[in-house]
Design a protein around this ligand. Structure first.
Ligand code: PEP
Ligand code: MG
Length: 756
């Protein structure tokens, strides 16, 4: 049973389109359950459940038989949201007979709902003429099958709207989550890691003969590689293992994979796409085999597939020309990928994986690039070169938009520019409430580009300089001198304002390409201060570079990430003081920097007082704190709805930290994304936060809100929401406060659904 289950799911996963996926489901499930009928009903746009595929009933009934929820046995399964298993189906009060199915009077009926994200997408049914009670094991099999297929069906339904290459495209909408606000209209450019078979974008080839020649040249190069690998290993491997190399070579022949690929190139696809398609198809056949030895061969095929693909992609990558309005789309965008596109050409970003708190989204917000994350149903490999709209407010992506939609989004782009202009006027005005309470607004930076924008927008200091950003954009650790120069630029640009430099915060989802950290649970693993304390040589050279860079400016504050206990602060302080003394001995005229601890994990919340005794300031990293308090992976779009910044537990923790810090007379700031949310900023001010640090993009909006409210009103609002038990209730109340303060235009959450 387990084998059939796995192989059916794999086959369905590899199906080209929804229709073939459904055919595979009904034929294979019917076989596996040794029954006479298997059918799938799916919900249509009207909410009816329509027979979409069957093996056993009249094929002409497909698309004809439809039932409303509650109607017939299928409709009963929908409303009950659980299986119905009947030996005498006709005796059931809900039973309905549909003559068009050619249905004989099937006695036995087992129907299970197909549920995805709490919604009933459809019903999977098996039937049999003879009376047969499907036993518990069979029922469990069908339930498991349906649970596994739900995601695949939802994905196939969502992606099915993009037409095949060459056909006339029509508008399609794909939902994700907001990564960075704003809207962008541009041309899709797909970026994929090299040699990743699943993310090769479809491209039409310009000259078939040239493409075929290129393909054969690449095959010849791989053949040479394999032969030399084989001869290098000759003395170390046995005859059977050597045969594997011969098998590899045979697979590349025209009579085998090579021939199939050439055929697809002749039909118009570029070699890389044609090759990846053929390999994936063969891989899925191997995967679905019951013989474990043959299944293992899928891995060999994949390996061969990657080797050839690397050759096919290498030359393409170098010659890439980016369109003027590039919307960069990738399965998993990373910070370093952003650097590949010239800055003036990059207008939007879409990542299939990841969520709004992934680091690439944070970087996008810093760079002011409208971004959608977690667009899991986006058939990104089919979008190369197509026109797309990125709605970074709502988290939607549109491919091949209609003229009507384009006009609406272009109007929004213009309106946005006007709002930004209006906010720019606030630059030189203080961030002060109507009752004259001053709240310093700092910025979060990482790139030099942020510095210019931050200064233009009137930042009063840097609350978080993410030093990992320059580390991420290189192919080795920067030297101490390279770091000093980068840090000097930051410190110099903001002097005399304070610049808070965080020590290297890698791990989690921030992997340096040249320092890989492989872990099952990276967010609970080796990250932040844990890495740098284990590698004092990295920590010391960074601290030396920072302190040297501050010479004569004296505006450096050092911030320690991911602190979970007091030892980590003690150890870091000891190293910082050692560096300071050494530099003084070496003749540098430097001051001891202020040292702060980040509060990003629940342990630090509860030890905020003890930590405060050791440091000059605390800074709350609410992105990670929310993740760890709510046990919600900040990158996982599946649980993005649970990542609630206004969760009462998060607000309680935030209040606790500021009270603890103030009890020890240390200043408490916040540098997570929450600080840049205009509504949350009101609450944080009322809690007593001394500094809010945010992306330069959000700074004028937050300033505008603070300038339109009194501290007294903010405190009343806080007192009210702290009594509430639901995040949604708090959000709604805060939104009302923003409306009352007359700043609703800053809260745009994009085009209305009617518009789209
Ligand atoms: C945070 O966790 O809130 C934070 C500011 O750090 P980062 O987003 O870089 O993890
Ligand atoms: Mg963090």
């Amino acid at each position: 049973m387990l084998n059939s289950l796995r192989s059916i799911v794999q086959e369905v996963n590899a199906a080209r389109d929804m229709k073939s996926a459904l055919v595979i489901i009904v034929t294979r499930v019917k076989q596996a359950m040794k029954t006479q009928v298997c059918s799938v009903y799916l919900r249509d746009a009207q909410g009816d459940y329509v027979l979409m595929a069957t093996d056993g009933l009249n094929a002409s009934a497909v698309g004809q038989v439809r039932l409303a929820a509650g109607e017939g046995l299928v409709g009963r399964v929908v409303v009950r949201e659980e299986p119905i298993n009947l030996e005498h189906a006709e005796a059931h009060p809900s039973y309905q007979y549909f003559p068009e199915t050619g249905e004989e009077r099937y006695s036995s009926f087992l129907g299970v709902p197909i549920i995805h994200h709490r919604k009933v997408l459809g019903v999977l049914v098996v039937q049999q003429i003879e009376q047969r009670r499907f036993d518990e094991g069979e029922e469990a099999f069908l339930v498991t099958m349906s649970a596994q297929l739900a995601g695949v069906i939802a994905h196939a339904e969502a992606t099915g709207v993009v037409v095949a290459p060459g056909e006339k495209a029509t508008q399609a909408k794909f939902a994700g989550v907001s990564g960075a606000p704003g809207v962008a209209v541009g041309q899709a450019v797909i970026i994929s890691p090299l040699a990743d078979l699943r993310s090769v974008p479809y491209q039409a080839c310009k000259d078939v003969d040239e493409e075929l020649a290129f393909f054969h040249r690449s095959l010849a190069a791989v053949r040479e590689d394999i032969k030399s690998l084989g001869s290098q290993l000759k003395s170390r491997i046995n005859r059977e293992e050597q045969a594997l190399f011969d098998a590899y070579l045979a697979m590349l022949d025209d009579a085998s994979l090579g021939g199939e690929v050439s055929e697809r190139i002749r039909k118009g696809a570029v070699a890389a796409y044609a090759w990846s398609e053929v390999i994936l198809e063969h891989e899925s056949i191997f995967n679905s085999m019951s013989d474990p030895y043959l299944r293992e061969r899928a891995a060999d095929l994949r390996d061969l597939g990657r080797r050839v693909l690397a050759y096919l992609q290498e030359s393409n990558q170098k010659t890439r020309i980016y369109p003027d309005k590039t919307v960069l789309i990738g399965e998993e965008l990373t910070a370093s990928m952003l650097g590949e596109v010239p800055k003036e050409k990059l207008v939007g970003l879409v990542s299939v994986l990841g969520s709004s708190n992934s680091h690439v989204a944070i970087l996008a917000r810093a760079m002011d690039i409208p971004t959608v994350m977690g667009a899991v149903d986006l058939p990104f490999t089919q979008l190369e070169g197509r026109q797309v709209i990125v709605d970074g407010y709502k988290g939607n992506v549109y491919s091949d938009p209609s003229d009507n939609l384009l006009k609406q989004y272009e109007a929004i782009e213009l309106e946005e520019q006007a709002i930004v202009k209006g906010l720019e006027a606030l630059k030189d005005l203080p961030c002060e409430t109507l009752d004259h309470y001053r709240l310093p607004l700092f910025v979060n930076t990482g790139l030099m580009a942020d510095v210019v924008r931050s200064l233009e927008r009137g930042a009063e200091g840097v609350g978080l300089y993410r030093t990992e950003v320059p580390f991420l954009l290189r192919d080795r650790f920067p030297s101490e001198e390279e770091q000093r120069a980068i840090y000097r630029e930051q410190l110099g640009a903001f002097a005399p304002h304070m610049v808070t430099m965080r020590t290297l915060d890698i791990g989690g989802d921030k992997a340096l390409p040249y320092f890989p950290i492989e872990e099952d649970n990276p967010f609970l693993g080796w990250r932040g201060i844990r890495v740098t304390l284990d590698h004092p040589e990295i920590f010391l050279s960074q601290i030396r570079a920072m302190i040297k860079a501050s010479e004569g400016l004296d505006n450096l504050r050092i911030l320690l990430p991911m602190i979970t206990n007091v030892h980590e602060v003690d150890a870091s302080k000891a190293l910082i003081h050692r560096v300071y003394s050494e530099l003084v001995e070496e003749g540098y005229s430097v001051k001891v920097p202020q040292i702060g601890a980040m509060v990003e994990v629940p342990a630090a919340v509860y030890q905020a007082r003890e930590l405060s005794k050791k440091v000059d300031f605390l800074s709350v990293g609410s992105n990670d704190l929310t993740q760890y308090l709510l046990a919600v992976d900040r990158n996982n779009v599946q649980v993005a709805g649970l990542y609630q910044a206004y969760h009462p537990a998060v607000l309680q923790a935030l209040q606790h930290v500021v009270d603890a810090g103030h009890a020890e007379q240390v200043s408490v700031s916040i540098c997570g994304e929450l600080a840049g949310d205009p509504g949350a900023a009101i609450l944080l001010m009322a809690m007593g936060y001394d500094v809010l640090s945010m992306s330069a993009t959000n700074l004028p909006k937050v300033k505008s809100v603070i300038r339109n409210i009194t501290l007294v009103q903010a405190k009343e609002l806080l007192a009210e929401v702290m009594q509430m038990a639901y995040a949604e209730q708090i959000q709604a109340r805060v939104n009302r406060a923003l409306r009352e303060a007359g700043v609703t235009r800053l809260m745009r959450t994009a085009v209305t659904d009617e518009a789209s």
